[in-house]
Design a protein around this ligand. Sequence first.
Ligand code: ADP
Ligand code: MG
Length: 238
Amino acid sequence: MATLQLKNVIKEFGDTHVIKGVDLEVKDREFVVFVGPSGCGKSTLLRMIAGLESASDGDIVIDGKRMNNIGPAERGLAMVFQSYALYPHMTVEDNMGFSLRLAGVSKAERKEKVLDAARILQLENLLDRKPKALSGGQRQRVAIGRAIVRNPSIFLFDEPLSNLDAALRVQMRVELARLHEELDATMIYVTHDQIEAMTMADKIVVLQGGVVEQVGSPMELYHHPRNRFVAGFIGSPT
Ligand code: ADP
Ligand code: MG
């Protein structure tokens, strides 16, 4: 069970107002996509949810608990970035199990969790490989595997597919949808790609200049965009 609420969340870097009062409700097991042009504040918002950045004002609430002063490790989240940052000298298995090792999880339990994640991600046959012997898509799956082994209640993805070629992106979208089904997890997914948003989301949050322009299902946004920006961005006829 994992819900998230943002209540009038604000972020200022000095005089720069990057997030200007965001309110949002994410339900348990929802797949929510933050979409908007480059620089609109998607990553900043995600990093505040993750606890990697502090909010200047407002509240971040997970499962009813205010998280503002709680560190990233205690929030029950796992984040997957655009740059996978795998450890080059470690095998796939060790990359996926590394955070568990740091957390003091026994070798046997680590192996079990890594194997479970590898099965879900179809990486079982690649566990002994080093990252340089993997394709881009396989590396991205390892990065997702590192998040899965931690069994987070909420997954945060920051443009995880943007380094992949078009065909692989399509394939990974399908795999992420399957993952969402299989893991029964709440997922928040950031992208600047409208097609990703329209095909993957239960709920889309359209951002522009640090403000939420509209929140709704892909069909709601397509058929009832609230303004020209949303219509233009989502590609609906209005
Ligand atoms: P997006 O992920 O939507 O492309 P970001 O959240 O990365 O946007 O950035 C939103 C705005 O905040 C940008 O104008 C960016 O320059 C600014 N910004 C992000 N991080 C910092 C920072 N640490 N210091 C100052 N400005 C920042
Ligand atoms: Mg970003």
